[in-house]
Design a protein around this ligand. Sequence first.
Ligand code: FPP
Length: 244
Amino acid sequence: MSKLEQSKLPAHVAIIMDGNGRWAKMRGLPRAEGHIHGLESVRNIVTLTRKLHIPFLTLYAFSKENWTRPRAEVKKLLTLLGSFLESELQLMMDEDIRFRVVGNIMDFPKRLQTQLNAAMQKTSNNSSLSLNIALSYSGREEILNAVREIINDVKMGHITNIDENVFQGYLYTKGMPDPDLLIRTSGEIRVSNFLLWQIAYTEIYVTDTLWPDFREDAYMKALTEYTKRERRFGSVKENSSGRA
Ligand code: FPP
């Protein structure tokens, strides 16, 4: 940890947790085992993020498209989510972690909705780390919903001017900084409908490591690489000749 320059660390890390199925297949195990070990990685990464004082972490746990997976797998993922909330809620309170859902909570069974709402409510005053779990999430749908709400608010006379700041206020990530770093595990080089508006200038880091193997060392490697990147936001670096 000492090698990392704290001031250069990202304020918001987003992660596409991929490769649970392949991890299990490589070991001749059912896919569910990959998700169980993947959940252990979630615990590890959340703990380290908190230790490093990175204030925002957004994990892509379940996309809108994931509903089309076999029923048994969807059921397993929902069960894991429920037990994660049950077992980690006290820890989130102890560690001052705020839990938030990014996505459409209404798509979930009533009991899970109640659990998710209760966790959001209970942790709402925590402020050391904002842990966002993307659930039934679709970036395109998020943008479309924002457009629908904006049209409605314009009609009602609530807003007259639309700019990037106003638009941001209609997203699930309202009030949060955009991710500085997007990590994708398991080597796929695509964004899979994740935070489409928010990642406009995000640094992307792809690793071949499968999510269940993505633990402290792999995370530190990603963060170290991020601290070495030069971010320009479409501009150019000021050079020795003084030109910007
Ligand atoms: C991608 O691997 C992973 C998922 C679709 C689910 C991620 C879920 C977890 C890590 C566990 C639950 C998490 C929480 C926060 C409760 P994949 O199944 O697409 O893997 P593959 O591409 O190798 O098939």
